[in-house]
Design a protein around this ligand. Structure first.
Ligand code: HEC
Ligand code: HEC
Length: 171
């Protein structure tokens, strides 16, 4: 190969790698994954019965409704003392899907009708659209349990990472 051709190829590959990095993998220029968030009480109290759901998966109105009804939480009593409940509520609200600036959260919010406040991420139109190829029997597998158990298939679910290369449906 001629020297000048090598140079052109080098320029081409460097600039396309740069474009990939600058886009962060997102279509609109920001990250597709949810940003890292942390709160010790949330982590301790909201992961004893199921995986930890990232606050960026539901809008503020959903978290407020959910936190106001912890004594009848999906058939369980998940009630907390008032200071703990209020701290977790503030944390969920501050990092809710309508507060975080990322494409995934925006899409979730857009998929929820204005007059609805779903308590389940797994019942949003966004979720249904993304999982339309997965059958009900797959979600019911012993190794999965239900559609609510995101972490069974998404290795990065608790970190808010639902990227396609970290999905594996267990047998
Ligand atoms: C005593 C057990 C228990 C505790 C503690 C608990 N949950 Fe749950 N949660 C459940 C059950 C049971 C379900 C329904 C799971 C299913 O249908 O597979 C559920 C479902 C959910 C869902 C809906 C998931 C989906 O999209 O389908 C969210 C969101 C949720 N919990 C948030 C929380 C938060 C936030 C906390 C902490 C304040 C919490 N949970 C603490 C038992 C608990
Ligand atoms: C039975 C396994 C399974 C469960 C449980 C599951 N998912 Fe998925 N999810 C998938 C598969 C498979 C895809 C499609 C990946 C693909 O084709 O790109 C997907 C896609 C997604 C996507 C879109 C990824 C993208 O960038 O297009 C999101 C977001 C997502 N899931 C979130 C969730 C959440 C939140 C939960 C729990 C409430 C959940 N999933 C539960 C298997 C699962």
């Amino acid at each position: 190969m001629k020297k000048w051709m090598q140079f052109l190829l080098l320029v081409a590959s460097v600039s396309s790698a740069g474009a990939l990095l600058a886009s962060g993998g997102g279509e609109e220029g920001d990250s597709r994954q949810l940003p890292p968030v942390a709160n010790a009480k949330w982590k301790a109290e909201c992961s004893s019965c199921h995986m930890l759901y990232h606050p960026g998966l539901l809008p503020e109105k959903s978290w407020q409704k959910l936190m106001a009804g912890l004594d009848r939480h999906f058939g369980e009593n998940a009630a907390l003392d008032a200071p703990t409940r209020d701290e977790i509520s503030r944390f969920l609200t501050a990092n809710s899907a309508d507060k975080l600036d990322n494409r995934r959260s925006r899409r979730i919010v857009q998929s929820i009708p204005a007059d609805a406040a779903p308590l389940r991420i797994s019942e949003t139109a966004y979720f249904t659209a993304k999982h339309d190829e997965i059958s009900a029997t797959t979600f019911k597998r012993k190794s999965v349990g239900s559609a609510s158990n995101c972490a069974a298939c998404h290795q990065g679910a608790e970190r808010g990472d639902f990227s396609e290369n970290k999905v594996r449906i267990p047998r």
